[in-house]
Design a protein around this ligand. Sequence first.
Ligand code: ADP
Ligand code: MG
Length: 489
Amino acid sequence: MSQQQAAGSFWQGVLSQIRDRVTEQQFDTWFKTVEPTSCSEDTIELTVPNSFSREWLRKKYADLILGAAASANGGRRPTLRITVREGGDNEPDDVAVMTATAEANGARRGADQDADHHAVLTENVGAARPHPGSSSSTASALEAARGAWLNPEYRFDTFVVGSGNRLPYAASMAVSEKDQRVYNPLFVHGGVGLGKSHLLQAICAAWRARRPSARIRYVPCEQFINQFITAVEKGALESFRKRYREVDLLVVDDVQFLAGKERTQEEFFHTFNALHQRQQQIVVSADVSPREIPGLSERLVSRLRWGMVCEVEAPGYETRLDIVRQCADRLGQELPEEVSAFISESVRTNVREVEGAVTRVIGHAHLSGQEINIAEAREVLRDLVVERRRRVTIDHIAQAVTRHFEVKLAELQSKKRTQAVAVPRQICMFLARRLTGLSLEEIGGFFGGRDHSTVLYGVDRITARSRDDVALRDTVEQLATQALSVAGS
Ligand code: ADP
Ligand code: MG
């Protein structure tokens, strides 16, 4: 293996740790474009596309990177060197997003956003400033930054299809390939790391390939929100609207962030209408279904449900095994069959973790110079396996809830609908949705074979009631903590 390959696998191991500690947006913005050139026990050398990224990584993330490297390195902290890639700051960007200069600023904002808008806006001022020492290269540096949003690896042909994601995959393909608007909007929801962004970006890539002149816009919802706020402040609403309404395909990732942002919601609502009326395609993702997003206006919920709403579910064993193989393949390394099986068996929650486990195993083998074998794999993934034992299940939740309300599990699973049983049951459903990867159907199954709409109703009730009812909200929080501690014990 070349030095570069070795550096690559070591870096993948570092990345998989960083992933757990930053938001997805931060990860996508700041870490996807980093390339390792050499990694040894003493030094890590990374290259980045522009000086802005370099400064940002140096200032904000150096500790995180070094900490992760140290733990992948047996505790020893290497030196970190970050340089701008040759041709960096000037590289043309060939990503399929149409993005104005200002938008790339937005990308940066999104990356460091806090829940609090004020914090975001103050942060923006510095972040949005062109990086030092350039005026002519600013635009291209900004373009490079915007590229961070579309990952060239997120395509249909790299998407492993299994029972948990067949429907969203088929719907995404249909949206990309059919010239009629078969599903408009397409709404894809599901837990973290299950491939929503992958599918959404695959749609963009496929549209681009099929319709080279189409105006395509992919935007993480947080970025949409930030740009809207900035546009309002600067009185630049007109250009904001132009940017989002004069497109053929608008893809908005993670719209659960619209929760509680009333003005942005309203703007999004009008954007939606404008596009939908002209039969332009809209694709949206969120971590839950439209009705489960708290604080989303009724009229927006209803629009989001106009087309196709589908869920990506956690992959089953076979799918995980396919993903393990594909991932190893991409890293240029064949895994012994029992190692692939072990990883697929041990890492169950989401695809991102499966990929993280594969890169850790391979990275570790390269560093230690040993063949990959099952004993090594077990050792390397020991913490993940322990982690799994700690994961909350619906039984943990039921245990905490039945104890608190002094009801029997059998009653929750019965047909009884008295308040005294219905409320704890709905709380269980709500918590199961939040804390486990179970689908609505699976949760319904646990409660005596109720159908998914009953579960959805239960989740809705708790979401709606806990908005005003502080006591209920506290109880739910408390029960969540208890379920987590039952799971951890
Ligand atoms: P989400 O947006 O749902 O949180 P992502 O789309 O970011 O999840 O997926 C997390 C990681 O897992 C990505 O690297 C993605 O490419 C990969 N991934 C998810 N689902 C699949 C799949 N079915 N086949 C191949 N890779 C997948
Ligand atoms: Mg995503």
